[in-house]
Ligand binder design. Structure first.
Ligand SMILES: NC(=O)c1ccc[n+]([C@@H]2O[C@H](COP(=O)([O-])OP(=O)(O)OC[C@H]3O[C@@H](n4cnc5c(N)ncnc54)[C@H](O)[C@@H]3O)[C@@H](O)[C@H]2O)c1
Length: 436
């Protein structure tokens, strides 16, 4: 790829969000609007605040990522999307109680103008919610047609040049891939016959890809993992990325586990528990939705520790993850980790982590980065699964036969080297000083 071939981010970039009125979405939108007005800084956004080293360390060349790669500017973003609650984004942001009223009032007018389109919803997939503001049609294929028409109208009405679609909706129940997901034609047939294994998030992803736009999955749902949709992305030449934003406890896990492995310290148990009181917590209180999240959260340790290579160190560890719905905390999640480790001659030690985080404050900058980077990926002509964006996900999508990388620092290196490659710079291998 020659950087002169990358089309510049001219004009407006639409951001269509499924789950527009959720805590993550409204915190993201209100945050971008505030940053645009100079009311706050986009802390946590690597594209906005991070730098990238070019050349040898001694060259002291560390441009900001946003100055190095051609990303859309924050003023060019136009927000819209769907929800199953008919509220404007100001009302929803107030209800989410993530950002303070005094901060939200400074962008109230803009937030009030952002209204959701009715969503595609089926209660079976999120049993703890009721969809009151939903599309109706004879079958799931027709629902997809309605979403496609929403996307076209949004693009035309807002005179957009480009668009990215992202799922920030609730976590759906656990599903595994089966025959109806195995090819595009089977999938389309299944939509027409209202097959129960076609979830709403899949219908949004299908609509986005059919309309020619990248799709990001921020939740642990199966969604674009299915062959029908990865094939569709490849066929249409579009990037897809997912899944499940890597924010609090898993972020910590993918930092601490590589440290244990780097020093070949053993692990006998890792117990993770959380209290969370927002709507996401209420949804995850349903065992079938929690199972989807649990699978996503459990996968990281084995991926990093490779017990098959290190049976003495990691062959027998016990790993448990719990999420407890506890309304008084709202979005301010508290996550505890108790980690039982062992060292020299097997002597036991313990690590305790108590992370008093804010779920949506950690997720909002990830949404911003992913939207900008997927728009970049599309302009670079990247198609299919974007595993260089694993850095942002708990459960990175990967093609059949490849093993996902979970170690945050390897993911970061891959991410930055991809940006270097896009811009025809040498990858940083950290070898040059050692070998010179
Ligand atoms: N906050 C984090 O740190 C974090 C991290 C990783 C993943 N996630 C995931 O991101 C998603 C959003 O989290 P949140 O805290 O904003 O949750 P939330 O409950 O506040 O928001 C979800 C929104 O999706 C809407 N929704 C549900 N089904 C829908 C459908 N079929 N179509 C359109 N809208 C629909 C809901 O009405 C709600 O407004 C969840 O799946 C969550 O698991 C969040």
């Amino acid at each position: 790829m020659n950087n002169s071939e990358i089309s510049k981010p001219k004009g407006k970039l639409g951001v269509l969000i499924a789950g527009l009125n959720g805590a993550v979405s409204t915190t993201f939108i209100a945050g971008v609007l505030s940053v645009r007005k100079g009311l706050g800084k986009p802390f946590g956004s690597v594209t906005q605040m991070g730098t990238i080293r070019l050349g040898n360390r001694s060259e002291n060349n560390f441009p900001f990522i946003k100055d190095f790669v051609p990303l859309a500017g924050l003023n060019d973003l136009v927000f819209g999307g769907w929800d199953i609650r008919n509220e404007n984004c100001f009302e929803s942001a107030m209800e989410a109680r993530v950002l303070d009223r005094s901060d939200l009032e400074l962008v109230q007018e803009e937030l009030e103008e952002i209204q959701p389109m009715p969503g595609v919803f089926e209660k079976r997939f999120v049993v703890n919610l009721n969809g009151e503001y939903v599309k109706k049609a004879a079958n799931k294929f027709e629902l997809a047609e309605q979403l496609r028409s929403d996307i076209r109208n949004f693009k035309n009405e807002n005179k957009l040049d480009r668009l990215v679609v992202i799922w920030c909706g609730s976590t759906e129940i656990f599903l595994t891939m089966n025959g109806v997901h195995s090819s595009l034609s089977m999938f389309e047939e299944a939509m027409k016959s209202n097959h129960p294994d076609i979830s709403p998030s899949m219908i949004y992803a299908y609509a986005a890809l059919q309309e020619g736009f990248p799709f990001i999955n921020g939740a642990p749902n199966l969604t674009t993992d299915i062959k029908a949709l990865t094939d569709l992305a490849l066929q249409k030449g579009l990037p897809i990325a997912g899944k499940d934003f890597k924010t609090g406890q898993t972020l910590m896990k993918t930092v601490l586990a590589p440290m244990l492995k780097a020093r070949v310290l053993g692990l006998s148990g890792w117990f993770s528990t959380n209290i969370l009181g927002n709507r996401d917590g209420a949804v995850l209180d349903d065992p079938d939705s929690f199972k989807t999240k649990e699978e996503s959260k459990l996968s990281v340790l084995d991926g990093i520790l490779q017990p098959e290579l290190y049976p003495d160190l990691y062959g027998k560890y016990y790993h448990k993850v719990r999420i407890n719905y506890y309304p008084p905390r709202g979005d301010n999640k508290e996550g505890w980790d108790n980690i039982d480790i062992f060292g020299w001659l097997g002597y036991p030690m313990q690590l305790k982590v108590d992370f008093l985080c804010r779920d949506s404050i950690l997720a909002a900058p990830i949404v911003l980065d992913l939207v900008l980077l997927m728009d970049l990926a599309q302009r670079c002509g990247f198609k299919g699964i974007q595993d260089w964006l694993s850095f942002y996900f708990k459960s990175p999508m990967h093609s059949a036969g490849t093993v996902p990388e979970h170690d945050l620092f390897i993911q970061q290196m891959k991410f930055k080297n991809t940006l270097r490659k896009i811009m025809n710079e040498e990858p940083v291998t950290h070898l040059e000083e050692a070998l010179s």
